[in-house]
Write a protein that binds this ligand. Structure first.
Ligand code: FSX
Length: 370
């Protein structure tokens, strides 16, 4: 492929870091796959990245646990996540920058001034607007720092459920008055990448989209990229066929659990959780919670944590579930239970009649579609 190499581009930075042209083309193909673009899009992405300047990125961390940065920075080669730090100029990031104290703040202000209206602002963590003094950086409240940084940003990415929805710091009784980034950033393009933490490939893929197309990906009404959050975990879960057949684990060590049956009755939030865990998976595509025998906690939903993330106690069918998610989950669980009972009756009836029951029969049962 013939390409014109411009100075200071993403391509040039990757080559300077030792990446071969072949590896670059493979990385572009990986970006295309991560963004669910048509086959062959890798070539167009490669051409775009040979022209795209490495953008300045200011990354602010407020009330959070650093899990979001861990999610992205712990990636292993040759994933997209492992490359993304070479594709950007990360000019400010508490955990990853070498500078500290006054020098770090000076670097932030210099980068913001030099790249005004062009830098990308990434924020993880929520804002303690009720108690501003509870979280400050260099004596500056999180709110003031966000307002200053957002004013000159080309776009803002709220990484993690804390930044997207308030997350754990916003859980009742919300002692700091935590609010999401969207409560403050109103006049800049904003995308939210919920998850506690979000999948590294989702963060990297969103950055790659911005680099390639110069804009954020198409989002749903909650500001989540449709390409990553367009379906529920349940939609793409490999245990879904068991759900559809009414086969559920009732405890973590029963025969159903050993057979890998659906974890819905154990509190799995897959049917009400929008994320890409079942497709992109974690740790370089190795696994995801449900594949490891643990139901989904719903960590990327707006009401996480108060919506009830952990498994209900066996004696408290709907005890920990509150709010709209609780009602939805309770209704869903009731539906699933009704479906399981109906399917069990069908199987019993078929056994009595010596007729084989089919998946099509089960699919007609009440609640087969959540
Ligand atoms: Fe929140 Fe992220 Fe959970 Fe932690 O930065 S989304 S507590 S994984 O670290 O903000």
């Amino acid at each position: 492929m013939e390409v014109a190499i411009a100075k200071g581009t993403v391509y040039e930075a990757l080559r300077a870091g030792g990446m071969s042209r072949r590896a670059f083309l493979q990385a572009c193909a990986a970006i295309g796959a991560a963004l669910a673009l048509p086959p062959g899009s890798g070539r167009a992405i490669a051409q775009a990245l040979t022209r795209t300047p490495r953008p300045s990125v200011i990354w602010l961390s407020f009330q959070e646990c650093t899990g979001c940065t861990e999610s992205l920075s712990r990636a292993h080669a040759p994933t997209l996540e492992s490359l993304i730090f070479d594709m950007i100029s990360l000019d400010y990031h508490h955990t990853l920058q070498a500078a500290a104290g006054a020098a770090a703040e000076e670097a932030r202000r210099e980068a913001m001034a030099a790249n005004h209206d062009h830098y990308l602002l990434i924020v993880d963590g929520s804002l303690p607007v009720g108690q501003p003094a509870y979280s400050t950086i260099a004596g500056i409240s999180n709110l003031a720092m966000l307002q200053e940084a957002a004013a000159g940003a080309a776009a803002v990415i709220a990484v993690g459920s804390c930044a997207a929805f308030g997350g754990l710091p916003g859980a009742a009784p919300n002692p700091t008055g935590a609010v999401p980034i969207s409560a403050v950033v109103r006049n800049r393009p904003l995308v939210t990448l919920p998850g506690c933490p979000p999948i590294g490939a989702v963060i990297a893929g969103t950055l790659a989209h911005f680099l390639t197309f110069g804009r954020l990906p198409e989002c749903d009404p909650l500001g989540r990229p449709r390409v990553f959050y367009g379906e529920t975990i349940h939609d793409r879960c490999y245990r879904r066929p068991f759900y559809d057949r009414g086969l559920f684990a009732d405890t973590f060590d029963d025969e159903g659990a050993r057979q890998g049956w659906c974890l819905y009755k154990l509190g799995c939030k897959g049917p009400t959780t929008y994320n890409a865990c079942a497709t992109l998976k974690w740790n370089g595509g190795v696994s995801f919670p449900i594949q490891s025998g643990h139901g989904c906690l719903g960590c990327s939903q707006p009401d996480f944590w108060d919506g009830g993330g952990f498994y209900r106690a066996a004696a408290l069918p709907f005890g920990p579930l509150t709010g709209t998610a609780g009602i939805a989950a309770a209704a869903g669980l009731a539906t699933g239970t009704a479906m399981a009972v109906a399917n069990r009756k069908k199987r019993a009836a078929a056994k009595r009649a010596h007729q084989p029951i089919t998946v099509a029969d089960l699919e007609k049962s009440p609640g087969a579609q959540p």
